[in-house]
Design a binder for this molecule. Structure first.
Ligand code: NCD
Length: 355
């Protein structure tokens, strides 16, 4: 039987994604109808990295469906601190719970977990790589607040290099007919694999250095935090922080029906006085996230009963060169690649190695 883990939103067909987005809207409208849907089910949340919104929205989503939750938010309080491998933790937890949600600092960790889990795994953020359930949240927000997922000019501002929410979002929204404006310093611009996805999608995109330049054209502005924890030195972070700040003066250049999104937490990239502007949607977005996760949990619980790990593939002689890839940290993991032309693409983290 197939392992129905959700590592990347790409795994869902357009039809299935739409049905989850629509289900989130229905749940929001009539939450009482769903109160018993996961009665008797248990979700495990394994958070190896700090989180407020993602963890609590998963937990409250499961509780509002009538299910129960176990897990840790500090690996220091679990057997991980005794040196337990990801593989062993997941094997055990997936025998206890019906669905496993994992956030981890290494790229590809959720995919690695899915190789050993007996139950569906949901990627709640793997290092700077992907964050599919934040994107589901963003898509629900756009469909509720904008009424469409296509034909939009979308500005993405801040840390495009390290922001996993941005990588997942661009991957998804480039499947619809949208235009992208990537607003960032040259140092924090998009990784190559995201540019490759944009090129293959046929969507128009441009790069821009200032918010002021892009503002008048945008239907959606997706602000992001500079991802301090992904920088190799404090000095490098200091050079990048505070470059992009959305304030009322810049907002005065925008369209009247702009929607401002932010995955949160915010540091200093949106001033507090913007919060009162009706175009600011980031707090509603966080609430939509809970309904989005309720819809996803329902979908996965339905599909994923009696899941057993998928057949192991044989290991490649080449190692992934990305030092943030989970394979660089958990050495027993098989080296798995997709071949595309003259490149090997790591199945865990999407890093590319020349053949
Ligand atoms: C994001 C994350 O963890 O990637 N937060 C979230 O899940 N809502 C964004 C961030 O931390 O900047």
């Amino acid at each position: 039987m197939k392992n129905f883990s959700l590592i990347d939103l790409d795994q869902l067909s357009e039809k299935e994604l739409k049905s989850i987005i629509d289900a989130a809207g229905k749940i929001k409208a009539n939450p009482a109808d769903y109160m018993e849907c996961c009665h008797g089910k248990i979700m495990a949340t394994l958070f190896y990295e700090p989180s407020t919104r993602t963890q609590m929205s998963f937990q409250t989503a499961m509780m509002r469906l009538g299910g129960k939750v176990v897990g840790f938010s500090d690996p220091g309080s679990s057997s991980v601190s005794k040196g337990e491998t990801l593989k062993d933790t997941v094997r055990i937890v997936s025998a206890y719970a019906d669905i496993v949600v994992i956030r981890h600092p290494q790229e590809g960790a959720a995919y690695a977990a899915s190789l050993y889990s007996r139950k569906p795994v949901i990627n709640a953020g793997d290092g700077g790589h992907l964050h599919p359930t934040q994107t589901l949240t963003d898509l629900v927000t756009l469909s509720q607040e904008k009424g469409t997922l296509s034909g939009l000019t979308i500005g993405i501002c801040g840390d495009i290099k390290n922001g996993r929410t941005v990588h997942s979002l661009v991957k998804s929204l480039s499947k619809y007919d949208n235009k992208f404006v990537l607003i960032s310093t040259p140092e924090l611009q998009s990784p190559q694999y995201i540019k490759d996805i944009l090129n293959a999608s046929g969507c128009k995109y441009s790069f821009c250095n200032t918010l002021e330049e892009a503002m008048p054209y945008l239907d959606v502005l997706y602000m992001t935090r500079i991802q301090q924890e992904r920088f190799s030195s404090k000095e490098e972070y200091e050079r990048q922080k505070g470059v992009y700040v959305l304030d009322r003066a810049k907002l005065s250049l925008a369209k009247k029906d702009l929607k401002i999104l932010h995955p949160l937490p915010r540091v200093d990239e949106i001033t507090n006085d913007v919060d009162d502007d009706p175009r600011a949607k980031y707090f509603q977005q966080a609430e939509y996230g809970m309904y989005a996760r309720m819809a996803l949990i329902l979908n996965m619980i339905e599909k994923g009963q009696d899941v057993i790990p998928s057949k192991k593939e044989s290991t490649h002689s080449v190692c992934c060169a990305n030092p943030s890839c989970i394979t660089a940290h958990e050495k027993y993991l098989p080296h798995l690649f997709r071949e595309t032309g003259d490149m090997l693409v790591c199945k865990y983290c999407d890093d590319r190695t020349l053949l």
